[in-house]
Design a binder for this molecule. Sequence first.
Ligand code: FAD
Length: 516
Amino acid sequence: VGTAARLYTEEDPLVILSSSSLKPTVSNSSSAWLVQFYSSWCGHCIQYSSTWKALAQDVKDWQQAVSVAVLDCAQEENFDVCKEFSIKFYPTFKYFRAHSPETDRGTTYRGADREIQSVRQLMVNILQNHTKLDWPDHCPPLEPHSSVELLPLLGQRSDHYTAIIVEEPDSYVGREVILDLLQYSGVEVKRALSSDLPLLDALKITTFPSVYLLHPNASHTHLHVALEGLPQVREAGSDRLVDRLVDRLVDPSVNQVVSLCRWKVYTADLESALHYLLRVELATHNTLEGEELKIFKDFVTLVAKLYPGGGSVVKLMETLSDWLLSLPLQRIPYQAVLDLVDNKMRISGVFLGAELRWVGCQGSRTGLRGYPCSLWTLFHVLTVQHDATPTALENTGLEGEAAPVLQVMRRYIRTFFGCEQCGRHFEQAASATLDRVQNREDQILWLWNQHNRVNYRLAGSLSDDPLFPKAPWPSPSLCSSCHEEKNGVHVWNQDNVLHFLRQHYGASNLSPKYSL
Ligand code: FAD
């Protein structure tokens, strides 16, 4: 098997083991290990590799307590060691406790569920299966604390923050957050159970999971009040800590924590879409020339003309657009665009936020929602804004197209969108039906309909965030008049859908809250 067939590379956030490194790595280790024995010719292993990489990324910060590894049994040099470890099927998952002897051949995980969340919970269980004697050196206690231990901490000064997560006994949130924050100093996470009545009374907690934060200065508050800034947390910006904590808090607490409103569209998501698009997605292109350059110019022009509300984003896009149009060049190094976005804009006080912040597009964990969600949102907003300001695109060269927003979107997605498969699907749909779009109303509805087709297709797939399941949208709770029944069959009332979309994605429904 050549290297080309290997499913994992050094860039992946996991350890690639071989016959010579397996035993020295997993035995007598200060951490536990979870190893996937795979075969690079096994179709399922190939498909599953993206999940395993996403898992490894997700639990990267846990590695001092439990580490993730792979070993390719299809490599000739590994044949013997796979036999010695009795690997008969691929993939086989084995875990090794911390401080295990050299004779240990690992324990096989036989569960059928290999989704990220289940494996993550398996990893927590592996850790909790240790005894005091072989407990991984750097793993903090995962057991719940009682009110007897916790209440005396209230009102006490300390040199660090203490987050108390109060949760139901079967919840993994507390333990996951403890492990997420393993690498951080300045904050300690302790869990407590919802059955601990004296604690609930003292902290006035009624919903779970709830997070209580004890400050070094002896004050204590609920998470959503206190997480605004944790200046003493070292090695990590407070934002990351917030993200991590919020990431792990399951619905409805997510919404509670950041007081999200499903009826709003957040400018933070739109700005983050542009930030990601300009600084990450396009930055993978060293130069832009010919057709690509034209598509990029059109995209920038479209956003400059249609992004609602004016402000920094529009100024930035206008400057970028003017600059691109003034260039006589057929080919520009992308670095020049980045320089403009990063430096010149900052000097003139015009900038896109320096960070990504998903609000309406925040997934329940890393890797879900985020950028693709924000890109859909951006284009929905642009279709509605085009309808509201019909002359905005005059003299841009785009005014001649029947569906300029969709055409620019189509070209952008086809040429630059990082998810190639998505681009192909979208292009298929566009080439089949886009020519039927006659006017700005059709444009809004075409995108809505196309987005719903993708939702249907993806419902229940791996990219489906369990807390934001893909479903026909808008749901009856968002817009009951959008739904009708004819002869016992559900139909959309398209007039009402159009009305709803205009309102939902309209400028006045944009919330600047949490904006960058
Ligand atoms: P998203 O589907 O991203 O929706 C974002 C938000 O838009 C929702 O929260 C909701 O508020 C709103 N919304 C939902 N449906 C509609 C609608 N019909 N009309 C208007 N607003 C709506 N992933 C794949 O795995 N395969 C693909 O082929 C694929 N194709 C894609 C094509 C494009 C052009 C884009 C931008 C993304 C594509 N994706 C694809 C990604 C996928 O569609 C989701 O964006 C991603 O899985 C994140 O999902 P989400 O739960 O955040 O909701």
